[in-house]
Unconditional design. Structure first.
Length: 296
């Protein structure tokens, strides 16, 4: 997420909620289809669409047409007016365009879903090893990260990405700020981005932000040796909606994976818990940050 993802926090509740509603509606349509023993192919035929279109709808990856939802509900035997109205209302709310769509020139499409999910989460847990997580970066550090990632980009594009990233950080101080628990590998803190003053400023910022009541920051030190985070960086998102399962987000160079199967999420849950248990606590981690600051 520190690589290419940027988002501002403006209108976070409405636009982020639309992403969550899209995923909720998709999961409910999938449960209805499966309970009737109807294949994706048959469902797609009923709305003049392909099997892959049904798959994308059920994953919450596309917008919903009211007519398609109505036809699917009829196919799935949903005749109760209140149930139909509830799901159709969800479809209308799910189609509210996220404000970030206007930043499509610097936001890859596959990251826009994450933006909405991050803004709607009640708990964000991350492990990062390459660099400081995007929600915790200073302006100078973010500029260095973006420049390293896309060295040939025009200065205006780099500045735009950095500005958006800084706005994205407002989610941590908003009225509905999530709980944020970060485990940073010491490698992310020792690997220089920018000059000495950039790194010193970043370390000071981490010390300061770790004092926020909704933020827990831990450092996994080199001295611990090998640890549970051997598979690399990942993010776990939890939502206030009881119908929406936890999601694991894995960012790749040109795409991302969203995992929500219980057994897969459970494996990452166990890794996260081990990382948190094995890392020094928040105060000890601040002492580690102060020690690194003196060495920088």
């Amino acid at each position: 997420m520190g690589r290419v993802g940027d988002v501002t926090a403006g209108a976070a509740g409405e636009s982020s909620g639309s992403v969550v509603r899209r995923i909720l509606l998709g999961s409910q349509l999938r449960r209805l289809r499966e309970s009737r023993g109807i294949t994706r192919e048959a469902a797609g035929y009923s709305i003049r669409a392909s099997e892959s279109k049904i798959s994308r709808m059920e994953l919450g990856r596309v917008s919903f047409k009211a007519r398609d939802v109505e036809d699917l509900l009829t196919l799935y035997g949903v005749t109760d007016d209140s149930e139909r109205d509830s799901l159709l209302g969800l479809a209308r709310e799910a189609n509210v365009a996220g404000w970030w769509h206007s930043y499509g020139d610097v936001l890859p499409g596959w990251f826009q879903t994450y933006i909405g999910l991050e803004g709607a989460a009640s708990l964000i847990r991350i492990y990062e090893v390459q660099f400081v997580h995007g929600l915790l970066q200073t302006e100078a550090y973010a500029h260095a990260v973006v420049t390293r990632g896309i060295p040939d980009a025009p200065r205006a594009e780099i500045d735009r990405r950095v500005a958006l990233r800084l706005e994205r950080q407002k989610v941590l101080v908003s009225e509905r700020a999530p709980r944020f628990h970060a485990v940073l590998d010491e490698a992310a803190l020792r690997r220089p981005y920018g000059d000495r003053e950039v790194m010193r400023g970043q370390l000071r910022h981490l010390i300061d932000v770790s004092e926020q009541p909704n933020v827990t920051l831990q450092v996994m030190p080199f001295s611990f040796g090998g640890h549970a985070g051997e598979s690399g960086a990942f993010t776990m998102l939890r939502f206030p909606e009881s119908d929406l399962s936890d999601i694991v987000y894995l960012e790749q160079l040109t795409s991302a994976l969203y995992l929500d199967k219980r057994e897969e999420v459970g494996q990452y849950e166990r890794v996260m818990e081990r990382l948190q248990d094995d890392s020094p606590g928040p105060e000890e981690s601040r002492d580690l940050l102060r020690g690194l600051l003196q060495l920088t």
